[in-house]
Design a protein around this ligand. Sequence first.
Ligand SMILES: Cc1cc2nc3c(=O)[nH]c(=O)nc-3n(C[C@H](O)[C@H](O)[C@H](O)COP(=O)(O)OP(=O)(O)OC[C@H]3O[C@@H](n4cnc5c(N)ncnc54)[C@H](O)[C@@H]3O)c2cc1C
Length: 391
Amino acid sequence: MTRLVIVGGGHAAAQLCASLAEGQFKGEVVLVSEEAHVPYHRPPLSKALIKDEAPVLPVLRPDGFYETAGIQLRLATRVLAIQRDAKTVDLQPVHGGAVETLAYDHLVLATGARARRLPGLPVKADGVFQVRTFDDTLALREKLATVQNVVVLGGGFIGLELAATLHSLGKKLTVLEAAPRLLTRSLSPEMSSHLLECHQTNGLDVRVGQTVEQLVWNGEHIAGVQVAGVVLPADALLVGIGSEPNTELAAAAGLDCNNGVVVNEALLSSDANISAIGDCVAFHYPLLARHVRLESVQSANEQARAVAARLCGQPAKAYASMPWFWSDQGDLRLQVTGLWRPEYQSTLKPGPKPGSLSVLHYENGELRAIESLNSPIDQMTTRKLLQKTIA
Ligand SMILES: Cc1cc2nc3c(=O)[nH]c(=O)nc-3n(C[C@H](O)[C@H](O)[C@H](O)COP(=O)(O)OP(=O)(O)OC[C@H]3O[C@@H](n4cnc5c(N)ncnc54)[C@H](O)[C@@H]3O)c2cc1C
């Protein structure tokens, strides 16, 4: 009997379970997640779930799936440490209790990422929110009725999604981005400025190159944010300043980590008995000839499928997948395939509707990436082509 232990209960872990079941994995599977919920979709947390009248946990697998597949769920339980020599992990219920030691034959780290904290926040900071989990979204929703002025710190994907959602609910929004443009590391300057323009046309107050001078408090509650000497009133402050991979467990166990658990082409860490998948992973991306870490559902799912295939005994294959992701920001649907680099040559392609646009990026005449705003057709026609350049 082989025991596979999965640490984490997000997209990567859920897909791994599904693919193991499909591949008729012979061993025992134990999934340990510190969240109290079964694995669920994270993308709706900053979009539909804020608006839905009665939010329901958007589960990734239907009721009874884990039971039927024979997968043991250990929810609200945190893995505290990995003993690589003994091939065991220490677990503890998140609300306290005895530490238990569980043996594994193979371990999969699917620990994801967490929202980066704003430094210097007081211990009690009422009205300050971050959205990474279902419970975070519920906490934000609970306060929305009493909120009118909202400041969003960070013009990244989650900040812009939340801002567009709250704007559509009639809240008065200001988005403050410290960098001179939106999504500096993820988007080309062309798409970045087009996105900014579209948000501003939609009436969203998005300001780039804005450094927060100080937060203003009314007792323990946020009251405003000072920028360029002016205080913007804020009943709520949403912090979306990026995320950090959950690699502490791996690093403490001596696994190679560098902005993610470093894995080889088979998605194995520096220990051949430990794989890693999803947002917590730094994997080799051949087109840039270096390791990258992505935060994308597609990437988490495809890595999970690749590891499941290996664990089910299929012939080893190097993991090679063209990354793609989407971000719905109100009525703006941003889709990106491939990873943009500043050295690429870029061409603009107006889309079928007013305001829709694709930016195609080439290296020595070869297509490397495409970014589209409200132009899904361009994504559909180029994604397969791009996939061929990597596989
Ligand atoms: C609000 C929001 C909106 C998003 N929207 C999009 C989108 O539109 N499109 C897109 O492609 N991507 C989107 N993403 C990103 C996407 O959700 C992630 O890429 C995806 O969740 C990654 O899956 P994962 O399993 O690697 O990590 P996660 O889903 O983060 O799951 C990791 C899990 O591991 C648990 N864990 C960590 N450490 C331990 C431990 N020691 N013991 C036990 N459990 C542990 C965590 O609590 C968590 O439950 C969004 C993310 C957020 C937060």
